[in-house]
Design a protein around this ligand. Structure first.
Ligand SMILES: NC(=O)c1ccc[n+]([C@@H]2O[C@H](COP(=O)([O-])OP(=O)(O)OC[C@H]3O[C@@H](n4cnc5c(N)ncnc54)[C@H](O)[C@@H]3O)[C@@H](O)[C@H]2O)c1
Ligand SMILES: Cc1cc2c(cc1C)N(C[C@H](O)[C@H](O)[C@H](O)COP(=O)(O)O)c1[nH]c(=O)[nH]c(=O)c1N2
Length: 202
């Protein structure tokens, strides 16, 4: 395979890496924690499913984040996946806002670990941190999922090209859209909350 002049590769410093990463669309989550280390939370896109046996997620957290010390001390966290209408709370948890103001922007409950679960999240994963690895500026937190709850009925919130977008849900009663998805659309009002559904608990 050959690479043309206009498509030539560039050296990868942090800036080129971020620019490249900005092209990826990702789900948006609030990572929350509470316990002896205090209540804290931050916005995260670096979240990934690792295994279903046992159910395990990974979360990458910058060690410079104000939530880092509370997360490690508490050893527990909740991954709250955001939907349409959550862009303001995503911005608040994205940094430089006092923790009380961040949490005042949402309504919360607890699922077992003690970490706050956002009541209208698309889904909340209540977790214990079982392992962590330092990689560069971040720690990779491996999290055993002890309970899952889903309440929000909104379209998914995505982060792509440094802005929030939404992805329409599949029609009710079907697992796939009737037509091919026509792409993400602009953010509008959030639909009313549906009933809380506890999907699974440890
Ligand atoms: N994984 C992360 O730590 C991460 C992800 C997204 C945004 N952020 C932070 O949020 C702020 C706004 O970011 P933006 O998306 O508007 O523009 P940006 O240019 O800082 O980031 C573009 C993309 O690069 C990646 N990225 C950014 N900072 C990173 C880091 N420190 N480590 C690993 N990957 C990183 C993310 O995928 C991000 O969407 C910045 O301060 C950024 O550092 C951090
Ligand atoms: C959309 C989006 C996505 C992410 C972030 C930001 C935004 C806006 N941030 C940055 C993180 O939210 C921010 O650094 C923390 O809130 C720490 O800020 P404070 O130290 O609390 O002010 C972030 N940080 C991190 O450690 N891991 C991640 O996956 C992400 N993802």
């Amino acid at each position: 395979m050959t690479v043309s002049e206009t498509e030539s590769a560039v050296p990868v410093d942090a800036s080129a890496y971020r620019e490249a990463m900005s092209r990826l669309a990702s789900a948006v989550h609030l990572i929350t924690t509470d316990g002896p280390g205090g209540r804290a939370g931050f916005t995260a896109s670096a979240v990934c499913s690792v295994s279903d046996a046992p159910p395990t997620l990974l979360v990458c957290v910058n060690r410079a984040a104000s939530a880092y010390a509370p997360l490690i001390r508490n050893g527990a966290l909740c991954v709250n996946t955001l939907g349409e209408g959550h862009e303001t709370v995503a911005g608040l948890f994205g940094g430089r806002t006092p923790m009380d103001e961040r949490f005042a922007a949402g309504t919360w409950r607890r699922l077992g670990s003690g970490a706050p679960a956002l009541t209208d999240a698309l889904v909340s994963f209540d977790c214990r941190i079982v392992e962590r690895h330092a990689v560069g500026s971040h720690d990779v937190l491996y999290c055993a999922v002890e309970a899952v709850a889903a309440a929000g009925q909104a379209d998914a919130l995505l982060y792509s090209e440094r802005r929030y977008r939404t992805l329409p849900r599949a029609p009710r009663g079907g697992s796939a859209p009737a037509e091919p998805a026509r792409g993400a659309r602009a953010i509008g009002a959030r639909p009313p909350e549906g009933p809380v559904l506890a999907l699974r608990s440890a």
